[in-house]
Design a protein around this ligand. Sequence first.
Ligand code: SAH
Ligand code: SF4
Length: 411
Amino acid sequence: MSSVVVVSSENLDEKQQSLTTSVVQAADKKVNLLGMSRAELEKFFEDLGEKKFRASQVMKWIHQFFVTDFAEMSNISGKLREKLEKICEIKAPEVVHRNYSKDGTRKWVFRVGEGEGSLVETVLIPAEDKTGARKTLCISSQVGCALDCSFCSTGKQGFQRDLTPAEIIGQLWMANYSYMEDVPVAERERTVTNVVMMGMGEPLLNYDAVLSSMRLMLDDFAYGMSKRRVTLSTSGVVPKIDQLAQDIDVALAISLHAPNDELRNELVPINKKYPLQQLIAACQRYLTKDGNESARRHVTIEYVMLEGVNDHPEHAQQLLKLLKNLPSKINLIPFNPFPHAPYGRSSRNRIIAFQKTLSDAGFVCTIRQTRGDDIDAACGQLVGQVADRTRRAEQWQKKVAQRQEILRTQG
Ligand code: SAH
Ligand code: SF4
């Protein structure tokens, strides 16, 4: 069914009128402007018979002043505001749960989609750094994930659906807005300083929506973030890494987790399709494309520390060899256990010894702090409380029950 929204068509010539009709009729409901990139918004306004620069005006209202009511957009004529109110909206995903921790960590659970919808999570982790207070937001790109890494609770949920650009950028919008709700519009400022695409989902498998959201993050009329402060994390979808290199300049993180193919096939199954040699080569290409750009001086290597699985001294030695020709910083992530997880977290001593081997060889190697534990909010641990509704989750639960039964009968 087409929309019943009526647009005032006075002052429009015939061509503009037909374009306007198509914009309006294409929509069964109001068009959500929140997730539109600058190019899309410019086209939207042109299709309405308006000047392109309206796009940047409206973007500033949305993403810098956190205004969702067109009536408050004081530099837009009353007539256009009325028109916009009728055909579009600015709508972030619904927050069903929020939790603000004592240490400054904040977590939101959003409902996305129609009806009961699905739940996704976003977490904001504060830290002090050289430049002052850093606030890093960990954003989700999909509901669930198809890639089924064996240590990841999102993977255990299976894949439900891709998030739309409005649902992705809506997480950043909401996190900023949470500090601004009571601040007068004219005094509002963006608070989130860094974004990592490390929440639920594999961002490179929802490529277009993630790309247009990251464009908004970098856009001076939206969040204006520095490209070094926007990081995409991937488990290694090699062809998409090459596409990313062409399309945008952001920092890249690779979820490596194993230094050889045999182990990585087990932990990160997409490795069977794109083995380590191909992945490392893709990272090298990513860095050499516009190699002087500051976001591309190194890749971050994420390595989750799983007790007795990938934390032996020989794994550290293999890692050194593997990364020999790749400018990289290594981030060791203490494993976050989740119910029925088949792994344990490496001991502190083990992690420090692993770090020492890498640092002694000249690598910058950090250990991720597990902040926000009191609200179960650490990155990579984002779906603990969320209902599993997929077949894979059922199968997983069946497997766990079978294993428990075997253990019980064995005494
Ligand atoms: N799909 C992308 C981004 C989301 S996962 C990727 O895999 O990179 C974000 C990070 O959290 C990844 O490095 C992932 O390997 C890590 N992670 C997932 N489950 C974890 C767990 N239980 N403990 C610690 N880190 C985990
Ligand atoms: Fe997906 Fe990343 Fe989890 Fe692997 S680690 S299952 S790619 S979200």
